[in-house]
Design a protein around this ligand. Structure first.
Ligand SMILES: CC(C)(COP(=O)(O)OP(=O)(O)OC[C@H]1O[C@@H](n2cnc3c(N)ncnc32)[C@H](O)[C@@H]1OP(=O)(O)O)[C@@H](O)C(=O)NCCC(=O)NCCS
Length: 216
């Protein structure tokens, strides 16, 4: 029997479990067993599904990473594929993928998401409920969309960026795409009208760098 692992047994792990169960019934045909794997299990089951240490994920098993932090997904993806495990593409039943959409391995599309058409997303792109990516966007590796992100046309997002719930990214043009830099964070509810530099954290409408009290 092959195993399909959900990596991460937190809130998003529970949601991924629900999505998998609405897609098919693990074990129904006796071929696939579903289980969680985490770094350090503190219980042997979660929501009635067994929890194992990460070391139990073996060559030939499939895995979905249910963790929002891109850097953590990067580490897990590299560790597990090096050991011969296979990234599983999870596309929820209500997700829509249009024409000329190129996706990297380990894609995770939650319910009511859309990749409209003529666009590219990288490895381990995580697109949470109600988010969309529009035409001519280029999304890097290990990018995370929280729920209800509106990513309009001609936006380029570099690796490891995190886009918070309800953020709206203004459309760019073919000549001048809107750019979100590597590892940048767009806060929940932000309306992004200008490029965001690498590593920056921006919030608000229009989005500006997050100001922190000096010394913090
Ligand atoms: C932007 C963000 C990353 C900042 O997190 P943080 O560094 O922990 O910041 P803090 O919570 O310490 O907040 C610092 C200040 O920014 C404000 N702030 C935080 N997030 C903000 C946002 N999205 N928009 C406007 N202001 C925000 C806080 O109110 C606080 O203001 P204060 O100094 O006047 O009290 C975070 O708040 C955020 O938006 N994360 C995305 C959450 C999300 O979408 N989750 C989805 C889960 S599936």
């Amino acid at each position: 029997m092959t195993r399909l692992w959900i990596i991460g047994a937190g809130g998003f792990g529970a949601e991924v479990l629900g999505t998998l169960r609405s897609t098919w019934r693990p074990g129904g045909d006796g071929a696939v067993e579903l289980a969680f794997a985490v770094d350090d299990p503190d219980a042997d089951s979660f929501l009635g599904v067994p929890v194992h240490p990460l070391g139990d994920v073996a060559a030939g098993d499939s895995f979905v990473i249910a963790i929002g932090a891109g850097a953590v997904r990067r580490r897990l993806h590299q560790t597990l594929t090096a050991r011969g495990a296979l990234p599983f593409e999870l596309t929820a039943p209500t997700a829509v993928i249009g024409h000329q959409v190129f996706t990297g391995e380990g894609l995770l599309l939650s319910d009511f998401t859309m990749l409209t058409g003529d666009l590219r997303v990288g490895a381990q792109f995580q697109c949470n409920i109600y988010s969309y990516v529009a035409h001519n966007c280029v999304i890097g590796d290990y990018v995370t969309f929280a729920p209800r992100v509106c990513c309009n046309g001609n936006v380029h997002i570099d690796d490891d960026a995190y886009i918070g719930t309800g953020a709206v990214l203004r459309q760019g043009t073919a000549e001048k795409p809107l750019r979100i830099g590597k590892g940048a964070t767009v806060g929940m509810g932000a309306v992004v009208t200008k490029d965001v530099p690498e590593g920056a954290v921006v919030v608000g409408n229009p989005a500006r760098p997050l100001e922190r009290p000096s010394g913090s």
